[in-house]
Ligand binder design. Sequence first.
Ligand code: AMP
Length: 213
Amino acid sequence: MIAILLGPPGSGKGTQAKRLWKERHLPQLSTGDMLRSAIQSGTQLGVEAKSFMDRGLLVPDSIVVGLIEERSKEDRCKEGFILDGFPRTISQAQTLDQMLIDQNRKVDRAVLFEVSDEELVCRLSGRRTCTQCHTMFHMEHAPPHVSGVCDQCGGKLIQRNDDQPEVIQKRLLVYHRETKPLVDFYANQGKLKNIDASQRADAVSEALGRALQ
Ligand code: AMP
């Protein structure tokens, strides 16, 4: 199964992809997590990506496409994988289709996470992320047991630069302009399912499970 989790920033794609990884052993390929790891390691790729990410802009295709191509060929992705945050443009989706044809595979399903912009702003501005395992917390709705410390791994929690209010607005704008057209792209291929992602995480997991059947 190769599935794409499609939806705006803050719609819970990362949280649900991590659950699928645990429950169904489908690896999560998150371009956002890969880019943040590259930034943390101080690689050239990370330095290049950071200037775009901090402004809420998309990182050039030449950087993200290579990351996905490399990972999708790993042995652990043989039975499939979950794409989280990729593709984000029509051009990335077309490149992905071609990449998978070359591997004798295809996208099976795209699931659209639907949440209002108002709710997204609330979620993103209160979000805190673990610098080590990338688990997400929310200052009001899902606070960690100890302030500033990850419940899962003890790592340090930070507010991402791109979760600052002005950058959030930019990211939502970019989502509507660049990524939303993918909804029609996958609907036209008969691969799209919509889920209400404004529900609690457990209810979203159930809806996602049904959408992937
Ligand atoms: P995310 O964690 O998925 O919200 O991604 C954080 C940031 O990483 C985005 O705002 C972009 O700057 C960058 N990014 C992640 N995935 C992609 C992608 N597929 N194409 C371009 N930029 C990306």
